[in-house]
Ligand binder design. Structure first.
Ligand code: ARG
Ligand code: ZN
Length: 864
């Protein structure tokens, strides 16, 4: 008898057939010229009629259509209703046998029924607060109608929506609008994942934009009544995005209307459906009282991201989902560049690298490590990852460094010219760069196909005026990938004199060998190297212990702002790691921070980033990278002790800074006042360690904006004196979903580790904990998991609580449950006790009967 399911041959077979492989790609044997969709909306029984003009490309092919959870009411070819023997239906779709199909273009007609009100997975057509909306990427369209739901099948859509909602929207341009019925035609062929439909009692905040060729585009942000006063910022951000894409990429918008809809129940951030972007309301709605500075910055960036997809994603899409980073990496790169242009470029770069390390390096160091272009998956929704998105963006940034700014623009021009209207691959993308620059990018391609973060070791030597830098690269094994060839790495290097002056202009060294030296001649003194300026490649830089860089010197003098900040981070990590193992705060770090606080010339936003200590999770990762097992409790204590040491050493200067950075006048979300606030709040966070939260309480009482109010709330909670403020905040904001999300999260991230779990257990009883709403679920659960020492309690109770809730959510919303299971991806970092506790929860999840494909793939991968 076979008891272990892993050895059951049938089980193995089904598991293998569920795996999709890049190498199995086959083009679709039909061309879909045009599709007409007619919707009759009803919460419990929506009727969807589809008529598709199909042209066979290969003789005698069966016609395969995807479809899930559909009730088929009718199926006909050229008006002839098919007999049951002419097609086969399954759980995942429908196949019309070749014999039932004409050899020439024919019309396939289907009618199906679906129940949007019962759709809790929020994929396909579903309801949120009485409003109908859709989410089709990646494979949600198959829950709406039978269709070739794959990105390389592109068609022109003509959509009719009938229903009793006052506003009825779909993609493209409106061609008819009357009460209860609207008709939309999208002239641009598109894959089904870009389809969208929205119907509800909505109001618009409207504007318009004149494109570079003088066309007028109507702009609307559709929201629930009452929210229209919080749309102005998003609308302006949209106009800035449209202008920027014209100026920087020469890309013009291509429809008469651009609609954005804000939805409260949404699995992700936002979605770039053609002409009808759908957003999580969190990333649209903003007012000074309810949104923080960082919310404003994110809103601007996400509006830009979705808008930029119109060219990088929609006009040129992906051939298959393995190529997801083709559109996502490029579009993230574009939105990062946009924000860098709108705000402070170096500050944005530091924020982006911090996020990359916190999410992507973390992913890459664990069992979920995968290449930016994966070659197999079971559930594509599990691959909307930091590796595909953020590492994908880093790769585009490296390409730009290799070919230069003009070479990059030329390559992108060729990309749009050559591939407009197509569904493309990473090979197509790299070929464009090769053809336009004449460079050979075969080795560079490993960045797309290989997983893992390279470690770059550097040592140096100086003799007779010649300075030599020697680099060694190594990429560790990752799941399914053993030894890996050397990567093509652009390393931006500067050399400083002993007074801190630049001796050379920043130079891009191109490393292509496992070990490689670069020489600089004619130097009169041994220079101080500034390596990997601007974080020119996503690698871990390790210095030869014989000659560590003078981090305090670089923090004071480097002309590259990224490397200045990086030097401070390196010092902070070194000292906090030493403190976690019983050492004391490094006086040179404490002094360097003192100098920075008093440096009146430094930019406030930049200074704020330098004052922020690495997170506990990042400290744990640094220890793991150094081959040590992190102790969460010791890390928490060490980080607190370092903050206290900084506050004690610089109390007067911090206090003066806190007062000096107060912003007067009405709140504006612009970069300058936001930068001042961020520095002020960084000072507040340090001072909280010695004033018992007194300043934070005063700020909380006085604040007229969410940035200060929320930060102050976090500090009083962290100081252990936050109960009254939490109650006040709840009373004031209980009617506001987005603000209450912040309330749930902050008390978990900020609370003392030994109280985090009891707080979380209390919060799940709160009547406002609407756990079926993804934002609310994430606020509470991710807030708890972000409390590093609280989540990693050594008794395992934090893990158990978290896993219980994942299992509760999974039957309703597998996508969110699977995504949030990554809280367990770090198990291998920790001591054996915690390892086995975390693995036990993963095993309990994996063995749960009826588990979703999403969560089962994730738990299996994490168990390894
Ligand atoms: N394409 C969307 C964006 O990047 C995100 C879609 C996420 N889809 C998913 N199944 N996770 O803006
Ligand atoms: Zn995207």
């Amino acid at each position: 008898m076979l008891t272990n399911i892993g050895f059951n041959p049938e089980e193995i077979m089904t598991q293998n057939t569920l795996t999709k492989r890049l190498s199995d790609y086959q083009p679709y044997p039909f061309e879909l010229e045009m599709v007409r969709l007619d919707f009759r909306l009803d919460p419990d029984a929506t009727q969807v009629r589809a008529r598709m003009a199909m042209r066979p490309l290969r003789a005698a092919s069966a016609l395969e259509l995807d479809g899930e959870g559909l009730v088929l009411r009718k199926i006909a070819v050229d008006g002839r209703v098919l007999a049951a023997s002419e097609y086969t239906q399954s759980d995942t779709g429908l196949v019309i046998h070749a014999a039932a199909l004409p050899a020439q273009t024919f019309t396939l007609e289907t009618e199906v029924e679906i129940a949007p009100a019962a759709n809790t997975a929020l994929e396909g057509l579903y309801m949120s607060n009485g409003m109908y909306c859709t989410q089709c990427e990646a494979e949600g369209f198959r829950k709406i109608t039978y269709y070739p739901d794959r990105p390389d099948v592109m068609a022109r859509f003509h959509v009719t929506v009938a229903g009793d909602a006052p506003v009825l929207l779909s993609n493209g341009n409106p061609v008819a609008q009357e009460t209860g019925r609207a008709e939309w035609v999208d002239p641009w062929p598109k894959p089904a994942y870009l389809f969208a439909l929205v119907a509800g009692d909505l109001v618009a905040h409207s504007g318009s934009f004149t494109t570079m060729s003088g066309r007028e585009v109507a702009l609307n942000i559709w929201v629930r009544k009452g929210d229209e006063t919080r749309c102005a910022f998003a609308l302006e951000a949209l106009k800035r995005s449209m202008t920027w894409d014209e100026q920087v990429y020469g890309r013009e918008y291509d429809l008469d209307i651009f609609n954005i809809v804000a939805v409260d129940d949404f699995n992700m951030g936002a979605m770039e459906n053609k002409g009808l972007n759908i957003f999580n309301s969190k990333w649209v709605l903003a007012s000074p009282e309810t949104a923080t500075d960082s919310d404003y910055e994110r809103i601007e960036g996400i509006i830009a991201h979705e808008y930029f997809h119109n060219w990088t994603g929609n006009r040129i899409t992906c051939r298959d989902w393995f190529q997801l980073c083709l559109k996502e990496g490029l579009t993230v790169y574009r939105d990062q560049s946009f924000t860098a242009d709108m705000r402070l470029g170096p500050v944005k770069r530091i924020e982006d690298v911090s996020a990359l390390r916190a999410r992507q390096f973390r992913e890459d160091r664990g069992p979920l490590s995968h290449p930016p272009r994966p070659d197999h998956y079971k559930e594509i929704n599990n691959f909307y990852t930091a590796t595909v998105y953020e590492k994908g963006a880093e790769i585009v940034g490296m390409l730009r460094q290799l070919v230069g700014p003009q070479g990059y623009r030329d390559a992108l021009d060729l990309y749009f010219e050559r591939h407009d209207g197509q569904a493309c691959t990473i090979e197509d993308w790299l070929k464009v760069f090769e053809d336009s620059s004449g460079r050979d990018l075969r080795q560079f391609k490993h960045w797309y196909t290989d997983a893992g973060t390279p470690r770059l070791q550097v040592s140096d030597d100086f003799k007779d005026g010649t300075y030599t830098l020697e680099f060694t690269q190594k990429t560790d094994q990752t799941p399914g990938q053993g030894d890996k060839p050397a990567r093509h790495i652009p390393i931006a290097v500067g050399l400083l004199s002993d007074t801190g002056a630049d001796l050379i202009e920043t130079k891009i060294l191109e490393m292509t060998e496992p070990r490689q030296s670069f020489v600089f001649e004619g130097l009169s003194q041994r220079p101080v190297p500034s390596i990997l300026r601007g974080f020119s490649a996503p690698v871990v830089l390790e210095f030869d212990t014989g000659h560590p860089p003078d981090s305090a010197f670089l923090l004071a003098h480097d002309s590259d702002p990224f490397n200045r900040w990086e030097a401070g981070r390196r010092l902070a990590l070194q000292t906090v790691v030493a403190m976690a193992q019983g050492g004391a705060a490094d006086p040179s770090y404490v002094a360097a921070i003192g100098a920075l606080i008093k440096d009146g010339a430094a930019d406030p936003a930049f200074c704020a980033l330098c004052l922020a200590l690495p997170s506990e999770d990042q400290i744990a990762q640094a220890l793991h990278e150094a081959g040590k097992s992190p102790d969460p409790v010791a890390i928490h204590r060490a980080r607190e002790a370092l903050a206290t040491a900084l506050a004690n050493a610089h109390e007067d200067a911090l206090s003066a800074l806190y007062d000096a950075m107060a912003v007067s006048g009405p709140y504006r979300p612009d970069p300058e006042p936001a930068g001042q606030r961020s520095l002020r709040l960084a000072a507040l966070a340090l001072l909280r360690r010695i004033d018992g939260g007194a300043r934070a309480q005063a700020l909380f009482d006085a604040a007229d904006n969410m940035t200060e109010s929320l930060a102050a709330l976090g500090q009083v909670v962290a100081a252990g004196v936050g109960e009254a403020a939490l109650a006040t905040f709840r009373d004031r904001w209980q009617g506001d979903r987005l603000v209450m999300d912040k309330w749930f999260a902050i008390q978990l991230t900020a609370s003392a580790p030994d109280q985090a779990l009891s707080r979380a257990e209390k919060l799940v009883q709160d009547p406002l904990f609407d756990w079926k709403n993804p934002n609310r679920f994430r606020s509470l659960m991710s807030g708890f998991a972000a409390n590093h020492a609280g989540f990693h309690r050594v008794d395992g109770a934090g893990y158990r609580f978290y896993a219980d809730w994942l299992l509760r959510l999974d039957p309703l919303n597998p996508q969110v449950a699977a995504r949030m299971s990554t809280a367990f991806e770090t198990w291998a970092r920790y001591d054996l006790t915690r390892q086995s506790l975390m693995r036990a929860e993963l095993a309990r999840i994996a063995q749960t009967e009826g588990l979703s494909r999403d969560l089962s793939e994730m738990s299996a991968r994490m168990l390894g």
